[in-house]
Design a protein around this ligand. Structure first.
Ligand SMILES: Cc1ncc(COP(=O)(O)O)c(C=O)c1O
Length: 416
């Protein structure tokens, strides 16, 4: 038998595995009883379990009982109208839940349904790459690693603005503004996390948001707000979408867009419910139709239509005032459990006199990659190499164990 020639794909560039999903795999194969997953941004109960939201379970039950024969049909390319108007309201309306009869569609907004928040980021990036043609996109340093992947994949190079002050674990607002002021150019896009910044957990204050919006207006930057954690920063979805509404209502009007995810806020991670909203200045029917047509063509070529199961659940909840209130209460519960765990970890680390600066710590621990590796190997605690810990993986049973492990690892590196 002759030798088999090299295949066409034998010399592809090697790429690193996605860190979050690689950690999930490692965690699953670690059978140690004390293992702790602080890697993935998924909410776990105090028993350390995944659990659908009760309101979601209730809606699913009623959906199954209805035996709707159209339940597996395609939705339109742009998405389910009712879902989109409820989704839009959740980000742009100052009151929640908005009674149905009071909902007014804003003629400036064009919305399409996407494959969750990642899909919304991608559709938005692709659309802007094709039609705005920004020289670059400004992203925070650090940011969600996928922002780099998404923008590079559409041919728009990401550039970073400072965001995190390592020395005191605070937002480096002046560093951010200085770089953007000096180096950004009209027509550049700028990616901003609407709330609960991933990975630092540090958000600008309202005064700082106002200054960011002024800068975007003055320097003619295109704001792209990524809204993946609405309700997780404060527990209140209206408060958490304040920055989006501020940009939306800015005078003189500014064009901008929002990528919206329902993965975390409704616990619908694998169902891929999301939306992309583009706010226009020209609201003529012709322009809106054209924009929607272009977005629809892009979607058709990429995934044809979005999935309907998760979006039907979201729509059913948001269209009902009482279900919306139930959802808000669960959101409150999830965000307050995370807050109390963060505090418990912080207090335990201070009690143990752990070297390091734990003040203002959110999900960014400041642990070094070497310390993170020891935590994984010796203590079966999994977090990102950057030191980002998903506090939702802590619970009343493991918080002391995690604090003691961090403390031991820190003490050892300070001795070395
Ligand atoms: C900042 C940010 N944007 C968007 C997403 C998108 O998530 P999904 O595609 O699951 O909705 C995430 C998820 O981790 C995120 O952290």
């Amino acid at each position: 038998m002759g030798s088999i020639p090299n295949g066409l794909f034998s010399s592809l560039p090697e790429v690193e595995k996605d860190e979050v999903f690689a950690l999930i795999g490692q965690f699953r194969s670690d059978k140690h009883p004390d293992r702790v997953n602080l890697g993935v941004g998924v909410y776990f109960s105090d028993e350390g379990k995944s659990r659908p939201l009760e309101v979601v379970g209730k809606v699913e039950k009623s959906m199954h009982e209805q035996h709707d024969v159209t339940r597996h049909d395609y939705i339109p390319i742009e998405g389910d109208d009712r879902f989109l108007s409820a989704a839009r309201d959740l980000v742009f309306s100052p009151s929640f839940p908005t009674p149905l009869k009071e909902q007014k569609a804003d003629p400036r907004i064009v919305s399409v349904q996407t494959i969750s928040g990642t899909g919304a980021n991608h559709v938005g990036a692709r659309f802007l790459a094709d039609h705005l043609k920004p020289r670059c996109v400004w992203v925070s340093d650090p940011t969600w690693a996928n922002h780099h992947v998404i923008w590079e994949s559409v041919g728009v190079p990401p550039r970073t603005y400072p965001y995190y002050n390592k020395s005191n674990c605070t937002l480096d607002f002046s560093g951010m503004m200085d770089v953007l002021e000096r180096e950004s150019q009209p027509g550049d896009a700028i990616l901003l996390h609407a709330c609960a910044h991933n990975p630092t957990g540090l958000d600008p204050t309202r005064e700082q948001w106002i200054a960011i919006a002024d800068l975007c207006h003055r320097k003619r930057l295109f704001p792209f707000l990524d809204n993946a954690y609405q309700g997780f920063a404060s527990g209140d979805p209206v408060q958490d979408s304040w920055a989006i509404r501020y940009f939306h209502q800015y005078q003189p009007p500014m064009e901008m867009c929002v990528a919206q995810s329902f993965s975390k806020s409704f616990g619908l991670y694998g169902q891929r419910a999301g939306a992309f909203h583009l706010v226009l200045n020209d609201t003529s029917a012709n322009t809106k139709d054209n924009v929607l047509g272009n977005l629809a063509q892009l979607i058709r070529g990429e995934y044809s239509v979005a999935p309907r199961y998760g979006s039907t659940i979201v729509r059913t909840i948001l269209e009902s005032e009482s279900l919306s209130n139930e959802w808000s209460a669960e959101l409150q519960l999830m965000s307050s459990r995370i807050r109390s765990m963060r505090l418990a970890l912080y207090e335990e680390l201070c009690r143990l006199g752990t070297p390091g600066s734990w003040i203002g710590m959110f999900s960014y621990t400041g642990l070094t990659p070497a310390e993170v590796e020891v935590l994984k190997k010796q203590y079966h605690i999994y977090l990102l190499a950057s030191g980002r810990a998903s506090i939702a993986g802590l619970n009343s049973h493991n918080v002391k164990y995690v604090a003691a492990a961090i403390s031991a690892v820190r003490a050892k590196s300070h001795l070395n």
